[in-house]
Design a protein around this ligand. Structure first.
Ligand code: MSP
Length: 645
């Protein structure tokens, strides 16, 4: 029987459209769910919506619709976002579902019958935003200690859950289970909170004040406090949501992922509710940090709320998923800035992983007719054994070590360690040089096999984080992977993939984001100019210019094209590949003048034949009819393949 893994996100309030905070937890949960499925575990991944309470009632009133209509209208905003972000949740719960409401009422009745719920008059300071009472000593200058909004004094009769009775049991549980609350710093916060006497919890709201909620089964004048209702979702969903509802099979949850602001409600309210209901506690609650935007708290009034839809449309879901989990340790706060996002896309994704895939596929196409070659055991060197050892240790140890500890950024750091090693391997072995000497054919095959094998490991490793990217990598590498299967159930071993797979050149995994084209995703895009270039003169837009791929190249060899005084045939190193270029510079330069020069080449020009010789690009030079000067770089240390802009 495979291990079962039940993971949840908070259920999100439908008072507004989803933002980066909602996306963050959901992506994190998705990565863990995908990884567990990949290693052969049974997974139930639950997310959903918290549809009752004052916030939703107020939002509906503002929109001039009934609360239910408001919820129904906003639900697709979340569902569609999860689809766009490739979220693989198994269940989606809505608390207005009658089946959930019935479970909440059953639990309330059970606690009431056990006399763990009682009615009392209560006077306290009420925070509408947080929907909770505070005592005199908690209130901070007339403001809520949690959200700093003004509180109002309210006196009303309510129903209370005897939470205080469970304080010691909860402390004992925390003591006996050091990984129940994670990370450690958050566990200490909860322990600190439990040093003060725990009060009973008001679990009702009089309908006269708030009508949008689940009616108490024992008093029709009240609705259930939204947090009691919402927390129950983690168990109620298992009673009725397909596939195969089963509390026994999935409960206790392996981990509830939550934001740090809702840790107390989970660690204290939910745990004590479960104790009172005699249901076991989840194995772990992991509280993550919060995102600021450009160093500021994200808020509607500041106008800096990051809209995940806009980010995905401009940069793709996988880049967003990568950035959120790579940038900061999961338990800590982080800052979302346009510069750091674009920096990561360009450095890690475009120049790192994207480049490794594209140069490997190009080299295999150019030198091995597009089929992954078989390695030659006699030509294996320390470079290959190091690469293999690094890849195997990543797949067999590091991934699982970090992911079990919910250390996404460390996992990605380790994966990108292999990306870097792969790129360095190609630089050091220089397959385009090996290709020139027939005696090096076996060595060339060994090198290209090892590059392809590294990418196969990387494809499996990045899948939980970037599922679409992994699919595209598999396609280009000719790997017949079906990621819905437990591909990592058995340890993946170096060389267990048959060589001979046919590689396919495809689109760049991650196009570089240029400064001119980039703009903060938090800010609206300027309107595109109505004036098209054609209307005005022969000027082009920056986008037109960006279609031309200019790259640094190094001239390896040069010779005159027979019977031509104008044409030189050059072999150039373009970083990861060698190209033949026929250049009309022969009247000005002889072959010896140009060998070793660092020049600029148009790299995406369609090949053409000049005097019967194929040219796979064009060099940049000054002059009109006659060439007067070749464009070169004085800095001969520039890496071939570097973009010129
Ligand atoms: N409905 C409750 C949860 C009930 S769970 C039984 C709720 N909903 S929420 O929509 O307000 O917030 C959901 C999550 O978003 C929380 O985990 C919160 O931490 C997270 N975030 C909201 N803003 C955030 C950031 N700026 N950064 C990261 N996460 C943030 O609370």
């Amino acid at each position: 029987m495979p291990n079962s893994f039940y993971i949840t996100t908070p259920i999100y309030y439908v008072n507004d459209v989803p933002h980066i905070g909602h996306a963050y937890t959901t992506i994190a949960a998705d990565v863990l769910a995908r990884w567990r499925r990949l290693i052969g575990e049974e997974v139930f991944f639950l997310t959903g919506l918290d549809e009752h309470g004052q916030k939703v009632q107020q939002a509906a009133a503002k929109a001039g619709v009934s609360p239910q209509e408001h919820c129904d209208r906003l639900t697709p905003q979340f569902r569609t976002l999860w689809e766009k972000l490739a979220i693989s949740n198994d269940g989606f719960i809505r608390t207005t579902d009658g089946r959930h409401q019935a479970v909440v009422q059953r639990f309330l009745q059970e606690l009431y019958d056990k006399q763990l719920i009682y009615r009392a008059e209560y006077t306290g300071w009420y925070c509408t935003f947080d929907e909770r009472f505070w005592t005199e000593k908690d209130v901070d200058n007339g403001r809520c200690p949690d959200c700093q909004r003004p509180v109002e004094q309210l006196s009303e009769s309510n129903y209370f859950f005897r939470m205080s009775q469970f304080q010691q049991r909860l402390l004992d549980h925390l003591e006996a289970n050091p990984t129940f609350i994670r990370p450690e710093s958050r566990r200490n916060e909860v322990l600190g909170f439990l040093q003060k006497p725990l009060e009973d919890l008001s679990i009702s709201r009089p309908k006269s004040r708030l009508s949008w909620g689940i009616e108490l089964p024992f008093d029709a004048d009240y609705v259930t406090y939204v947090w009691f209702d919402a927390l129950v979702n983690y168990v109620s969903a298992l009673e009725y949501l397909p596939p195969q509802p089963s509390v026994d099979r999935w409960w206790p949850a392996t981990v509830h992922l939550v934001g740090k602001d809702i840790l107390t409600t989970h660690a204290v309210y939910w745990s004590t509710m479960l104790m009172a209901l005699e249901i076991s506690l989840p194995h772990a609650i992991f509280a993550h940090g919060w995102w600021t935007v450009d160093g500021e708290k994200m808020s509607k009034s500041r106008g800096n709320v990051v809209d995940p839809y806009a980010v995905i449309d401009r940069f793709g879901a996988d880049a967003f998923r990568y950035f959120l989990l790579r940038e900061i340790p999961f338990g800590q706060d982080g800052d979302f800035s346009h510069e750091s996002f674009v920096g990561r896309i360009n450095a890690d994704l475009a120049n790192g992983l994207g480049n490794l895939l594209s140069r490997t596929v190009t080299l295999i196409q150019r030198f091995c007719h597009g089929a992954v070659p078989a390695p030659d055991p006699s030509s294996i060197t320390g470079l290959e054994t190091d690469l293999q050892a690094a890849a195997e240790s990543l797949m067999q140890k590091t991934l699982s070590h970090h992911l079990r500890r919910v250390e996404f950024n460390r996992t990605l750091e380790a994966i990108w360690g292999l990306v870097q090693l792969g790129n360095q391997y190609i630089d050091k072995t220089a397959p385009w040089v090996l290709a020139k000497n027939p005696d090096d054919a076996q060595r060339l095959h060994t090198v290209l096999f090892h590059a392809a094998e590294t990418l196969r490991f990387l494809c499996l490793a990045v899948y939980p984080f970037m599922p679409d990217t992994a699919q595209e990598m598999a396609r280009q590498l000719g790997l017949p992977y079906d990621f819905s299967r437990a591909l990592l159930k058995a340890p993946v071993a170096w060389g267990d993939q048959e060589s001979g797979a046919t590689v396919v050149k495809g689109k760049a995994l991650f196009p570089r984001v240029e400064a001119a084209a980039s703009q903060s995703p938090a800010k609206p895009q300027p309107e595109a100019s109505a004036l098209s270039p054609k209307d005005e003169d022969n000027r082009i837009t920056i986008q037109d210019f960006q279609k031309v791929e200019l790259k640094v190249a190094k001239v390896l060899t040069a010779e005159r094209v027979p019977k031509s005084n104008k044409l030189l045939k050059l072999q150039v190193d373009l970083g990861g590949e060698q190209r033949q270029i026929v250049a009309g510079i022969g009247k000005k330069y002889g072959p010896d003048d140009v060998v070793g020069k660092t020049i600029v080449v148009v790299a995406n020009l369609k090949p053409a034949k000049l005097m019967g010789v194929e040219s796979q690009g064009m060099v940049l030079a000054a002059g009109d009819q006659d060439v007067q000067g070749l464009v070169t770089f004085e800095d001969a240390g520039l890496e071939p393949g570097t973009k010129v802009k």
